[in-house]
Ligand binder design. Sequence first.
Ligand SMILES: Nc1ncnc2c1ncn2[C@@H]1O[C@H](COP(=O)(O)OP(=O)(O)OP(=O)(O)O)[C@@H](O)[C@H]1O
Length: 259
Amino acid sequence: MIDVGQKANHQAFNTQHSTLTIQNLVAGYEQRVLLRNLFLCVPEPTFVAIIGHNGCGKTTLFRALTGQIPYQGAVWVAGQDLRGVRRPAATGLLAHLPQRGAVGFPIAVRELVVMGRFRHHGFLSAYRPADYALAEQALARVGAAHLAHRDFTELSGGEQQLVWLAQLALQDARLYLLDEPTQQLDVYYRRRVFDLLQSWVTDQHKIILCITHDLDNLATLPGYILNLSRPQPRLQVLSAAVVQAERAFLESEESLAVK
Ligand SMILES: Nc1ncnc2c1ncn2[C@@H]1O[C@H](COP(=O)(O)OP(=O)(O)OP(=O)(O)O)[C@@H](O)[C@H]1O
């Protein structure tokens, strides 16, 4: 079962059969509510592209889901109330790629990627050759095998983005939250990253919520789109026509007046 909408229709959905349920979520900052009674109910696996104007509240949604800001309403992932889970990443419930990940010290790329295995690993024990083999496979999947022995801090922004994606792949979470994973990537790697995300859905049965401004790459993907600039955001099945309609809406003057 899959739908998104506002408070009024939430009772029509059975949250038990969905792997991600967001119910009546209200979130924002101080005097400014950006998300009002958001309702979203998706099964596993699913790809959802989250679009909308700059500042409409896309990252704010992820901040709420990752416990960085308070919210009203409820969020369940795989039957667990997210508010009651102290460290959702440590339990494998969710993995998050923020817009900007920074590392303040020199570190080899493969050492950073292998840390994606932290959940399968003893606190003080060293990563094993099998962990490094997985790290190198993950780098190869994003087209960055050649970076394995480079210092992460010396890579370009786009190369760093690929490395974060490889690390994320190793986390093996139920729900992935990706905030603009293709920003700074060239046309080839943008396409490649969307193909990779699609494989996480089809082969590994993940739920992916992916914030993006990269509408060109969405039209041919199986999945859904959620436009948070709409007055009442709802999931729509991705297609060339739907992407075109959402683009036309975002390009219109009246869309800026909505929020
Ligand atoms: N800590 C904060 N306190 C007050 N306002 C904030 C705070 N963080 C973000 N905002 C504001 O909330 C609004 C939504 O921010 P958010 O980062 O969710 O936007 P977004 O939809 O992800 O935009 P973009 O596409 O530019 O990344 C913006 O106007 C931003 O200035």
